[in-house]
Write a protein that binds this ligand. Structure first.
Ligand SMILES: Cc1cc2nc3c(=O)[nH]c(=O)nc-3n(C[C@H](O)[C@H](O)[C@H](O)COP(=O)(O)OP(=O)(O)OC[C@H]3O[C@@H](n4cnc5c(N)ncnc54)[C@H](O)[C@@H]3O)c2cc1C
Length: 287
């Protein structure tokens, strides 16, 4: 499938990777774990630039933020005590659902986002966590919200830029979090996935709420109108029903080989309800 590849590079720095990417013009592609790129089998690729030795595999604290290098693998995220402790472990849980052990040992966080799939499992928790991404190109580095990174179906901001790291800012205090995934099998990609964050006040009203969904629109999305509907309301059966109805209106699922649009829309209701119930259960609220 890469029979037209003329050269394979393994730069030791980001600067070198960017130079190679620029020199290769449209015929050069970055490769990390290769689990999406190999399947894609793009025969226009002449130069492969393996960035797994460019110093981008790390999980660090930077002030109150948690910073994750782009080539950090799903297996590392899944097993990291820091990521398991962050926001109820929703990112670790999402990483643990990405394919088989063999896939997770190779697949990287940066590749999962840069591939631009609406079903990318790590995108949903990262959207709920208000994550940002740091991009680098010949002009320098810039940080943008993950919401701005996605510009359409399989379209992301990088272009000739490298995704360097993901920044998860300080979390709002007192929140509870949940990640839910529905797949055809244990190791299959999501038919629908959802992440939620919620904090209740002493009267059981939502102080803030975050709801994100994957595989139900051209990009992973935040259900912002459903979030707005929830804030300030007592989280009970009737509020949850209204919020889930709003979620179903906000998504734009398609029918494909895995599921129909109708089924996906219905599963959005189910997964968001489960996610919010899990968040609320952690606060002692009985639904
Ligand atoms: C059998 C199988 C099961 C899978 N199951 C799941 C699943 O359950 N959930 C899920 O979300 N995904 C799943 N995937 C998809 C895939 O494993 C993930 O998306 C993975 O995280 C991709 O990362 P990678 O490092 O392998 O990316 P690569 O294949 O190396 O790259 C993917 C794309 O991103 C670009 N890229 C990679 N890194 C960067 C960077 N730092 N900056 C700019 N561009 C970059 C590459 O040029 C390429 O276009 C599965 C794949 C397979 C083959």
């Amino acid at each position: 499938m890469f029979d037209r590849v003329e050269a394979f590079y393994r730069p030791g720095t980001v600067r070198e990777a960017l130079r190679l990417l620029q020199n290769g013009k449209n015929r050069a592609r970055v490769v990390a774990g290769g689990t999406d790129l190999v399947v894609e089998a793009d025969r226009s690729i002449r130069f492969l630039i393996d960035i797994t030795h460019a110093g981008l595999s790390y999980i660090r604290r930077r002030g109150k933020a948690c910073v994750i290098g782009a080539t950090t693998t799903m297996a590392t995220l899944e097993n990291s005590p820091a990521i398991r402790a962050l926001a109820g472990g929703i990112l670790a849980r999402a990483a643990a659902t990405c394919g088989s052990v063999q896939i997770r040992n190779m697949a990287t966080l940066g590749g999962n986002l840069a591939n631009g799939s609406p079903a990318a499992d790590t995108a949903t928790p990262l959207l709920a966590l208000d994550a940002e991404v740091v991009l680098a190109d010949a002009r320098g580095r810039r940080k943008i919200p993950l919401t701005a990174f996605y510009s359409g179906l399989r379209k992301t901001a990088p272009g000739k830029a490298l995704l360097i790291e993901v920044v998860i800012p300080a979390l709002p205090r007192g929140g509870r979090w949940s990640f839910q995934k529905l797949g055809r099998t244990e190791s299959d990609i999501s038919l629908v996935n959802a992440a939620a964050g919620l904090q209740l006040d002493s009267k059981g009203r939502a102080k803030w709420a975050r709801i994100a969904l994957g595989a139900v629109a051209p990009t992973p999305i935040r259900a912002v109108n459903a979030e707005k509907l929830l804030v300030g309301r007592k989280v009970d059966e009737s509020t949850l029903a209204e919020v889930c109805d709003q979620v179903a209106r906000e998504v734009q699922p398609i029918t494909d080989v895995r599921a129909s649009a109708e089924y996906r829309r219905e599963m959005c209701r189910v997964l968001v309800r489960r996610a919010l119930e899990e968040c609320a259960a952690g606060t002692g609220c009985s639904l």
